[in-house]
Design a protein around this ligand. Structure first.
Ligand code: AMP
Ligand code: TRP
Length: 333
C-alpha cells in the first residue's frame, strides 16, 4: 500500500491556505487511498523566535483542527513530530548527506533569513537546516507521496535528491518520494496582497482567513479583498492576481473550474459575494466540530496523539536503524 506523509507547523492559526492547499485533500482523498501519516511538525516551529506557551497551545489546536476537518484516526495516523525520536535521529545522517550550498539555495531560507535580519534578529542555524529535518520526516516513514501546497515543492525536491544520494552511497534504504498538489488553489494568496502567499505566520490582518474566524469576520475579509484596477473578471495570475485568487478559492470550494467561472461573472461584487458564501459554508462544519472537540478539554485529542506517536515510532524505527547501520555506525547491541 502507498505511504503518504505530510505535516503542518504550529507557527500560527491555521488558514484557508492550509485547508485548500493541504488539509482538505488529506481528508477527502489521501486518508482513503493510502497508509497516511499526518503530523503537527512542532520542531519546525522553533526555527524562528517563538513563545513556548504559544507553540504548545497552537500544537494542540492544529491537531484538533486536523481531526475537526475530518482526519479519522481509524484510517490514518495523526501525531506530533517531537513525540517520535526517529525524525531528529535521522536528520543528523541527512545533514551528513546534504551540502551547505544546497541549503543556502532554499527560497524559504533566503526569504525568512532576510526578514529576520531586517528586523534586527539573528538567524537560527535551524532555519538553514530545517529542510533536512523535513526530509527526515518524510524519509523515516518510507513515504511515496507528500501532499503539500506549491510552496513546499523545492523542499520535496531536496528530499528526493538526499534519498537518491544516500541510496547510491550506502545501499538502498529510502523510498524516493514525490510531491502532490491539489488541482486548484495549491497557492492561496493573501486577500490584501494577492502577490504574496496567505501565510499563517505573517502579521494577522484582513488578508488572511483563519479556519476559526467566525462567519461574519470571514465574510468581511473576502468582501474587502483587494481586486484589480480593471472591471472585467479575468482568470490571469499575472495581470489580475486579486480576482484570480478569488476565482481559485471559489473554484476550490465549489468544485468548478476557475477559468470557466470567470466567464460567469460580470462584476467583482458578485464574485466576492459568492466566494464569501462558499468559504463560510466550507468552513462551517470544521468550526463546529472543533468546538465540540474543544469542549471535552482536549482528552480525545491527546489520546489520538498518544496512539499516533506509538504507531509512527514503530513504523520509523527499523528504517532509521537500517540507515544508521548503512553509514557504518556500530549497532547498539
Ligand atoms: P505551513 O503553514 O507552512 O505549516 O504549511 C502546511 C501545509 O499547508 C503545507 O502543505 C503548505 O504547502 C500548505 N499551505 C500553507 N499556506 C498555503 C497557501 N497559502 N496556499 C496553499 N497551500 C498552503
Ligand atoms: N515545511 C512544511 C511547511 O512549511 C511543513 C513540513 C515539515 C512538512 N515536515 C514536513 C510537510 C514533511 C510535508 C512533509 O509547510
Amino acid at each position: 500500500m502507498k505511504r503518504i506523509f505530510s505535516g503542518i507547523k504550529p507557527t500560527g492559526h491555521l488558514t484557508l491556505g492550509n485547508y485548500l492547499g493541504a488539509l482538505r485533500r488529506w481528508v477527502e482523498v489521501d486518508q482513503h487511498r493510502a497508509d497516511a501519516l499526518f503530523s503537527v511538525v512542532d520542531l519546525h516551529a522553533l526555527t524562528v523566535e517563538h513563545d513556548p506557551a504559544r507553540v504548545r497551545r497552537l500544537s494542540r489546536q492544529a491537531a484538533a483542527l486536523m481531526l475537526a476537518a475530518g482526519l479519522d484516526p481509524e484510517r490514518c495516523t495523526v501525531f506530533v513530530q517531537s513525540h517520535v525520536d526517529a525524525h531528529t535521529r535521522l536528520s543528523y545522517l541527512l545533514e551528513c548527506t546534504a551540502t551547505d550550498g544546497e541549503l543556502r539555495r532554499m527560497i524559504q531560507y533566503k526569504e525568512k533569513g532576510t526578514r529576520a535580519r531586517a528586523a534586527g534578529q539573528s538567524v537560527r542555524l535551524s532555519l538553514l537546516t530545517y529542510p533536512v529535518l523535513m526530509a527526515a520526516d518524510i524519509l523515516a516513514h518510507g513515504t511515496d507521496e507528500v501532499p503539500v501546497g506549491e510552496d513546499q515543492t523545492q523542499h520535496v525536491e531536496l528530499t528526493r535528491d538526499l534519498a537518491l544520494r544516500f541510496n547510491q552511497r550506502y545501499g538502498h534504504v529510502f523510498t524516493v518520494p514525490r510531491a502532490t498538489h491539489p488541482p486548484v488553489a495549491a497557492r492561496v494568496m493573501d486577500l490584501q496582497d494577492p502577490t504574496s502567499k496567505m501565510g499563517k505566520s505573517h502579521e494577522p490582518g484582513n488578508g488572511i482567513v483563519y479556519l476559526l474566524d467566525d462567519p461574519d469576520t470571514t465574510r468581511k475579509k473576502v468582501m474587502r479583498a483587494v481586486t484589480d484596477s480593471g472591471s472585467e473578471v479575468r482568470y490571469d495570475r499575472e495581470e489580475s492576481p486579486g480576482v484570480t485568487n478569488l476565482l481559485e478559492i471559489l473554484a476550490a470550494c465549489s468544485g468548478g473550474d476557475p477559468a470557466e467561472l470567470a466567464g460567469a461573472y460580470r462584476s467583482y461584487g458578485d464574485l466576492k459575494r459568492d466566494t464569501a458564501d462558499a468559504v463560510v459554508e466550507l468552513l462551517r462544519p470544521v468550526r463546529e466540530r472543533h468546538a465540540e472537540l474543544a469542549s471535552d478539554g482536549g482528552g480525545y485529542v491527546d489520546e489520538v496523539l498518544r496512539a499516533g506517536a506509538e504507531r509512527a515510532s514503530a513504523l520509523a524505527r527499523p528504517r532509521v536503524d537500517a540507515a544508521y547501520a548503512a553509514v557504518g555506525l556500530l549497532p547498539a547491541g
